[in-house]
Design a protein around this ligand. Structure first.
Ligand code: ADP
Length: 725
């Protein structure tokens, strides 16, 4: 209790004497000086009262003078920020010289009631100032006052008021309080030295602990690095020795293990970035509930694989607020993955989110599991860096103890806090509380949700007719993205992400996805793998083996574990795989890259040169399609009525499908392509045959000669008669 009262007082004193930026030494100096001044003022006051009682006016005056001197001293100690030692020095000089004056007045060293000892306590007080010059100057002054007063003795007359017993009494009192004061200063000094030693001891313990943690960390981290590296090296050897057998499996294994290493390194980098304050927030406004639901959904197959029930309980209505999606993703993923990792099969992991009761400006997100829980001794340390609970069974759950440290730092960065409650045997609950604000820009909240009609493309036919309705919004120029996903929350989130850059259509399972892909022929497809009715893999297979859709790039969203086995035996894989939960930028970049890659295809198919076979299996079906088109055009070369409708019925495709496919493969409309094809044939004939211009025009389906000349010149920059010469 006393200890507590003392530390409270000490805290208050610290507050009184501190100012922003004060260093520890100055604070100690101020404290000691205040303590010295207060103690000596009490003693001086006692001496003055005694002087008054014994009717000693000179002593009373001396006392008043010293008390008056201590007032500015105390004020300086309380309020001055710099050069306090020099103010104290000045005051002590005045003290010494005044004491000398009173010693002279009272009749010299031996007749002045022991005032000559004042200088000794003045010298003791300088210990606190830690300034050799000041101590020496005060010492010299003190010596001077002693020697000067002694040398003046013959000229002095002892004051009659201080006759023998009063002088002796005061002498004793003065000596005693000087000794007492000195004792206090010495005790204070000892006390401070002791405290300093304790601080040093604690620091030493902390450093040893840190050292132990680091050693432990290095052991863990080397283990973490060694396992994937062993697999990578082993696979590289196998691939070299038996390329036939290991080329595919080996590459996949190398990739997944390299990913693991990369994840580890990224975690370490993130942590050091966070600690250095170099990580920035990218806030945007959106519906937190939808986002959280999406993140939790992403782990459903991981949980299902372990036979764990994973549930999300959110508020009924959207909670639109500022958040940094990347940071929230990292925090929640870490917590959910840990929960799934530690929960035994048959258990349950629940993620809930709601506004804090009584404080709607805060949102609480809880991740609770039915795992083994964490013991009370370990609980305070789970957020420490490199900390891992040692398992009694010796089972290694993997991990480096970085995850939760990262979570805590991220939580701090977003202005929130994280806590954990757990009891061994009854699971753990991690609670994240974050502020709800609405300051950031609203991102893609009003994503387009176009109806199907809107999405049938415009065919810029030379005939001037359009094959579909033009979409009236400014988004009509954006590429069309088909999202195939059974969870409406994930769909909603994906729409929110991509709505700014794409015209989005959605389907809730593989069958519907296939139907919409055939009717709208999107520019790109983003699909989940696990879906009811028809899964993503079957849909992918169907899409890639159909002329009408084979050219469309498909991005599969997968849980890592799903993909390898399922893809086996498929003629053509997806164009890209993204594992859930994904990073928003990574997804957008992947989509954009695939669309860009299409321009390579366009170069291949827009020209009329021979289609030399390439290694890439992916283009085989498109080659087949284009060859079929060319053969048909060749067959009907002289038939001027053979146009887009005839081509459609020959190929078994609708106008819209054919238009979209051509646009995608050649960046030309169907009519442009047909005309270009005819013109190239015409040029070939002009060069290699004896036919004249009008015969050639007729042979290649141009019934109007002047029209032929004009379009020919447009295409090749020279008119046909020049070529035929
Ligand atoms: P790691 O990457 O090693 O999992 P974390 O920082 O994520 O590191 O976790 C630190 C320790 O906290 C883990 O070693 C684990 O023992 C404990 N822990 C974390 N989450 C849970 C949980 N849901 N249930 C039980 N123990 C947990």
């Amino acid at each position: 209790m006393n200890q507590l009262a003392f530390s409270l007082k000490e805290n208050r004193l610290n507050d009184l004497l501190s100012f922003p930026g004060i260093d520890e030494n100055l604070l100690t100096m101020k404290k000691n000086a205040l303590f010295g001044s207060a103690a000596s003022s009490v003693a001086i006051a006692g001496m003055t009262i005694l002087g008054w009682v014994l009717n000693l006016p000179t002593i009373v005056n001396y006392g008043f003078f010293l008390l008056a001197l201590s007032v500015p001293m105390i004020l300086v100690i309380l309020f001055k920020k710099k050069h306090i030692e020099w103010f104290i020095f000045g005051a002590q000089m005045i003290n010494l010289l005044t004491t000398m004056y009173f010693m002279l007045r009272l009749g010299g060293l031996l007749h002045s009631a022991g005032l000559m000892f004042t200088g000794i306590s003045v010298l003791y007080m300088t210990i606190n100032l830690q300034n050799v010059r000041i101590t020496l100057m005060l010492f010299i002054t003190y010596l001077f006052t002693l020697i000067f007063t002694a040398s003046m003795q013959s000229a002095l007359v002892p004051a009659p008021e201080l006759f023998a017993w009063k002088n002796l009494l005061f002498f004793t009192v003065n000596c005693s309080w000087q000794a007492g004061f000195t004792l206090l200063l010495i005790l204070n000094n000892i006390n401070q030295k002791k405290k300093l030693a304790e601080v040093k001891q604690a620091e030493a313990v902390r450093l040893t602990e840190l050292d132990e943690l680091k050693t432990k960390f290095f052991t863990n981290i080397t283990h973490e690095f060694r396992t994937p590296l062993t697999v990578i090296l082993g696979m590289a050897d196998l691939m070299k020795e038996q390329p036939q057998k290991w080329l595919n499996d080996g590459a996949l294994k190398i990739k997944s293990n390299a990913d693991r290493l990369l994840h580890l390194v990224n975690q370490m980098l993130d942590l050091s970035k966070l600690e250095a304050g170099a990580m920035t927030l990218h806030l945007q406004q959106g519906d937190m509930m939808a986002y959280l639901h999406y993140i939790v959904e992403s782990f459903s197959s991981l949980a299902a694989g372990k036979n764990i029930r994973l549930e999300f309980l959110g508020e009924n209505s959207p909670v639109v607020m500022d958040f940094d999606p990347e940071k929230i993703l990292q925090i929640i993923s870490n917590l959910v993955v840990n929960a799934i990792k530690f929960t035994p099969p048959g258990g349950k992991v629940e993620v809930s989110a709601c506004r804090v009761k009584g404080n709607s400006s805060q949102l609480e997100i809880k991740v609770s599991d039915t795992g083994p829980g964490i013991s009370p001794e370990m609980l305070p340390h789970v957020f420490d860096r490199f900390f891992r609970v040692e398992t009694t069974t010796g089972a290694d759950a993997g991990g480096t103890g970085l995850g939760l440290a990262l979570v805590r730092e991220m939580a701090k960065l977003i202005g929130g806090s994280i806590d954990v409650q757990s009891r061994p045997g009854s699971g753990s609950t991690f609670m994240l509380v974050i502020p709800v604000t609405n300051k950031a820009a609203i991102v893609a909240m009003e994503h387009p949700n176009p109806s199907e009609n809107d999405l049938i493309p415009v065919d810029h036919d030379t005939s001037g007719k359009t094959t579909g309705k033009r979409k009236t919004t400014a988004n009509a120029d954006l590429p069309v993205l088909l999202i195939v996903e059974d969870s409406s929350d994930v769909t909603e989130y994906l729409q929110e992400l991509t709505g700014k850059y794409y015209q989005v259509i959605t389907a809730s399972n593989g069958r519907e996805g296939l139907e919409k892909a055939l009717s709208a022929v999107p520019d790109i497809i983003l699909s989940d793998v696990m879906m009811p009715e028809m899964d993503g893999i079957s849909m992918l297979d169907a899409l890639k083996n159909d002329f009408r859709t084979s050219h469309i790039p498909v991005v599969m969203l997968t849980a890592k574990a799903d993909i390898q086995s399922k893809l086996h035996g498929l003629e053509r894989g997806a164009d890209a795989y993204i594992s859930k939960p994904f990073n928003r930028d990574e997804l957008l970049l992947q989509l954009r890259n695939l669309l860009r890659l299409r321009s390579r295809l366009q170069q291949r198919y827009a020209g009329m040169g021979p289609l030399t076979p390439v290694e890439d299996k992916g283009t085989a079906i498109e080659d087949k399609f284009m060859l079929k088109v060319r053969n048909l055009l060749e067959m009907y070369l002289d038939d001027d009525r053979f146009g887009i409708n005839e081509l459609c019925s020959e190929l078994g495709m609708s106008r819209a499908q054919l238009y979209r496919k051509f646009k995608s493969l050649t960046n030309k409309t169907v009519n442009e392509y047909i005309r270009s094809f005819r013109l190239h044939k015409a040029r070939e004939l002009l060069i290699s045959s004896e036919l004249n211009v009008s015969e050639v025009a007729y042979e290649t389906g141009f019934k109007n000669l002047s029209h032929f000349s004009r379009v020919f010149t447009e295409e090749f920059g020279r008119n046909p008669s020049e070529i035929s010469k």
